[in-house]
Structure formats: structure tokens, C-alpha cells
Design a protein around this ligand. Structure first.
Ligand code: ZN
Length: 169
């Protein structure tokens, strides 16, 4: 399974700001994409990745939270409750972090690698990552949602070593 190159904002690739297309059917190609995305997420030490971030304009996301891996096609938010505010980063926006207010608890549904509809229910980081990744599928980057005055630069080397900074998604 190859590690794929991650598209960053400096590439000026419209894939990051364009609404992604629904997956018509989870076939072998989509399963391969999901697996490559997990590899890429691991290699980049991220907690989530959306297909547009690897230059594929399809509604596919992967997540890794609490040692659990999720692979989801056509994810949709079913419920979004409560509120959490925390620092967020993005593998496609290296070197910038900012405070984003999101729902504290979510229920999302989608289709897994076997084509079966599943639901993901979670709070905290999992809820934040799900919202961040679904935003990617709608062409929305976290930088458009940061609370005013909280966006700041971080040194990339320090970011990885600093436990108080949330992992990039
Ligand atoms: Zn991101």
C-alpha cells in the first residue's frame, strides 16, 4: 500500500476547495483508496484524512482515534450536539493552527469498506475529526472556521513534539 502525496494549500489545487463526488459503489478501487489513505495518514501522523487531500475528488474519509481505524464512504452528519472549542491543525495546511468551535458529540453515517451502512458515534477528538473531514468533502478548510484572532503559525518540528497541540487532521 503506497503512501500518497498530500495536497497542501500552497499547491493551489482546486481539489481542496471543491465539493467532492459521492461514491457510487464501494468497489476494489475504493477499498484500495481507503487503505492507501490509512497508510498516508499513519505516515503523516494524522488523526484523519479526506480523499481530496490526496487529490481524489471522492467522498471518502479515514480516521484514527483511540487506536480505532474508521474507513467511510459518503459520510453524512446525522446529529451534532453540544459545543467544544479547541486547537486544530490540518495536514493540508502545514504550519498553521487555530481554535475552532465544533459540536462536542456527533453521530455520522456512511458506508464501510464492505458497502454496508454504518454509524459512527463519538465525542471529543473523534467528533472533531469527523466534522473536519466531512468539511474537506465540501471543500471547506478549518482556516475558514477558526475563531477570530486565534490562527497562528507553528514550527513544524515543534508541532510534532508538542503534546498540547492537537494532531493534524
Ligand atoms: Zn484537514
Amino acid at each position: 500500500m503506497p503512501v500518497l502525496p498530500i495536497v497542501v494549500t500552497a499547491d493551489h489545487n482546486a481539489v481542496l476547495t471543491t465539493k467532492a463526488t459521492r461514491v457510487p459503489r464501494v468497489d476494489e478501487g475504493v477499498r484500495r483508496l481507503m487503505d492507501d489513505m490509512v497508510e498516508t495518514m499513519f505516515a503523516a501522523n494524522g488523526v484523519g484524512l479526506a480523499a481530496p487531500q490526496v487529490n481524489v475528488p471522492l467522498r471518502v474519509i479515514v480516521l484514527r482515534v483511540d487506536n480505532q481505524i474508521y474507513q467511510l464512504a459518503n459520510p453524512e452528519m446525522v446529529r451534532c450536539q453540544g459545543e467544544q472549542t479547541g486547537m486544530e491543525g490540518c495536514l493540508s495546511v502545514p504550519g498553521l493552527i487555530g481554535e475552532v468551535t465544533r459540536c462536542e458529540r456527533v453521530v455520522a453515517k456512511g458506508v464501510n469498506r464492505h458497502g454496508k451502512e454504518i454509524r459512527i458515534k463519538g465525542d471529543g477528538l473523534l467528533a472533531r475529526a469527523v466534522q473536519h473531514e466531512i468539511d474537506h468533502l465540501d471543500g471547506v478548510l478549518f482556516t475558514s472556521k477558526v475563531n477570530e484572532g486565534t490562527l497562528r503559525e507553528v514550527e513544524l518540528a515543534t508541532e510534532a513534539a508538542s503534546p498540547e497541540v492537537v494532531s493534524a487532521v
